[in-house]
Design a binder for this molecule. Sequence first.
Ligand SMILES: Cc1cc2nc3c(=O)[nH]c(=O)nc-3n(C[C@H](O)[C@H](O)[C@H](O)COP(=O)(O)OP(=O)(O)OC[C@H]3O[C@@H](n4cnc5c(N)ncnc54)[C@H](O)[C@@H]3O)c2cc1C
Length: 583
Amino acid sequence: MHVEDRSTISFMRSLCMGQIEEDLILPFPQMAAGEKDTLHDVGGALEGLLAPRREDFRTWDREADLPQAFLQELGEFGMFGLVIPEEHGGMGLKSMAYSRALQEVSKYDASLAVTIGAHCSIGMRGLLLFGTDEQRKRFYPKLVTGEMIAAFCLTEPGAGSDAASIQTTAVRQGDHWVLNGSKLWITNGGIADFFTIFAKTEQEDGRGKMTAFLVTRDMQGVSIGPHEDKMGLRSNPTTTVHLDGVAVPHENVLGEVGQGFKVAMMILNNGRTGLGGSSVGLMKQLIHLATQHATERKQFGRTISEFGLIKKKVAQMVVDCYAAESVVHMVAGLIDQGSKEYAVEAAISKVFASESSWRTADEALQIAGGNGYMREFPYERIVRDCRIYRIFEGTNEVLRLFIALTAMNDVASQLQELSHTMKGIFNHPIKGFGVMSDYARKQATLVSGFGGDKNKFTKLHPALKDQAAFFERETRYLATAVDRILRKHGKGIIGKQFASNRLAEIMIDLFVLACMLSRVNNSIETQGEEGAQREIDIVCMFTDKARSRMKHNFRRIDDNDDELAKALADDAFEAEGYRWDVI
Ligand SMILES: Cc1cc2nc3c(=O)[nH]c(=O)nc-3n(C[C@H](O)[C@H](O)[C@H](O)COP(=O)(O)OP(=O)(O)OC[C@H]3O[C@@H](n4cnc5c(N)ncnc54)[C@H](O)[C@@H]3O)c2cc1C
């Protein structure tokens, strides 16, 4: 009997086919009891370690400094071994617990969360995912204590979003590879001793294949540039990393030769829950600060918390935080359950969490008024710190394109298959009678809204029936829109960024809603409908806003001003500025 491998199914890719794979997201993922206990202990100890440092974090931000003594303290505490397996001396946290640990750190300082995150989420994650036993035994003992801090080196001056175009080369010479090139804006660059470096090992049509290498600072030819003067995350030493004829032993190749791009993307996907956790931690801290301020500050004889416009902002902050926490936790849960197909979902969590934290930081600063603008208060630092979340680890623009194009992949292959079948039908009309691919049949049921498999939620509590019905209807619209757009543009969809972006927006809303429904469902089951009423309210408020966003996005597929926008932009590019000065 054929047993379906559920780990290879992506919720979002299936959704684009009109299928709601509810078993992938229901029940809402739970942490194992043992891990919860570890996390509880870590949380308590972190508070003891970080709470007395609040003033230091402010000073280190101003002075762009991260003292060695503090790094050593963090190492002794075990912060560099969060994800390293217990048998190698680490805490062995899986994604859910790891993400939560970073949440706790970012409540105190986002820059510190990024320092730990760059080590655990990306710097040494390749070793965790692709390292050989020998490589792990060699490096884990130093990485776990922080004696070696890790960094991830992909970006170059000429290769940002287009990471495949890196120019750093690695040439095989006997049992070594000789690396030459420069890496730009490397988080932890100034304190790292262990670098996961990507270089071209084959040149084909100017792009070539890349390979990942484990490089240590003591290798001859490795040099580090000065600490960059940045807008935020100022205490983190972001630097260039130069490689000048660095001889790297062949046993330091990470993964397979020529598979470096895949390795890089897997690291980024797998590590996304770290950044997600940091975003959620910041949002929780901001809600704490904003509510505290709003209930203390009096204007017009009343506390500003009594004003409707302040309540509106705080309510939105709560909904955003709940939504971001649900999606980040779900993605971490998928990873912990062994999913192999979570790249689209992870990208959605990054885009949503980074944008929610940005909105929340901006609104919290607004609630604080003039105080929000003063360095004496933490708001402006958080605004500066979290701005980068939308840029690094894949810009949100590029990730939106990735979300849409990757999620539509299965539909594209089915359409291709269908077109071959159709060709077959025309070649052999008699044989072709009655031939209708599985996909075409599914499409027909989708359009009619009846029948079809897996196009309904069956496990959600009746209290969520309206949201479930809304989700099912929008899924049908999404699947029909994807089908129509792919038939219209074919491979040309790659160049249709306005269309892809719209689909990505719809997909983001749908996945976030699915994660929230799963979470609220769990709360209803454990606390009853009354106990979960506030959470039901949160999901209602999110659905209401998502409804109008989705309606707008679906409508704009056919009725839009894309060409007008392109023309206006081209005009500005040509003028290299604004043409319409009023005087
Ligand atoms: C503080 C900081 C820390 C960093 N840490 C690291 C690190 O540790 N390791 C590392 O390897 N890198 C790191 N980076 C680099 C970071 O990942 C890149 O900045 C990011 O990938 C974007 O590349 P870019 O800055 O060259 O922007 P570009 O790629 O030049 O993009 C510029 C703009 O064009 C848009 N754009 C680009 N391509 C497209 C497209 N196809 N369609 C539509 N829009 C597009 C982008 O979204 C962006 O808005 C860091 C950067 C910073 C600022």
